[in-house]
Design a binder for this molecule. Structure first.
Ligand SMILES: [Zn+2]
Ligand SMILES: [Zn+2]
Ligand SMILES: [Zn+2]
Length: 145
């Protein structure tokens, strides 16, 4: 059992249940984003009778608690990803190999200025996920075509 994950759950006031820890273990081991069904398939090796609704519920709890990142994919399905970087940042998400990379750029300041100046409003929060092909995948795409 991963001690860091246990500590992370505690600090977010989420109960560190064996199922939650197992879900996190799976996502750490994979290092790509996973669909709930994929998490379920792996979880069934450890919890024989676990149902898909339990997986959905735990993934949602972990995402709402800030442990997991929910990926709102262009294919209209939901995926989950575990990122260890606690600083504010955004992700570049490869739609081909499912790799997720941290972006150092956050356009929030410019958007805040724009909202303030042109809309006379005030920004409270923002979400940004960028989808595309990672370096490796864009190279192989170019070769394939
Ligand atoms: Zn890729
Ligand atoms: Zn990240
Ligand atoms: Zn940002």
């Amino acid at each position: 059992m991963n001690k860091d994950l246990y500590v992370a759950l505690k600090s977010l006031n989420l109960k560190a249940t064996p199922k939650r820890l197992a879900i996190l273990d799976i996502l750490v081991a994979e290092s790509v984003y996973l669909a709930p069904e994929e998490v379920w398939r792996k979880m069934r090796k450890r919890f024989k009778s676990i149902g898909l609704p339990t997986i959905y519920r735990n993934l949602e709890d972990l995402a709402n608690g800030g442990v997991l990142i929910k990926i709102i994919h262009p294919d209209r399905k939901l995926y989950y990803y575990l990122c260890a970087n606690a600083d504010h940042h955004h992700h570049f998400i490869c739609i081909n190999c499912k790799k997720v990379e941290d972006l150092s750029y956050c356009g929030a300041e410019e958007i805040e200025k724009e909202v303030k100046k042109n809309l006379k409003g005030r920004v409270i929060s923002h979400l940004m996920q960028v989808f595309g092909l990672c370096k490796d995948c864009s190279v192989s795409r170019t070769i394939a075509t």
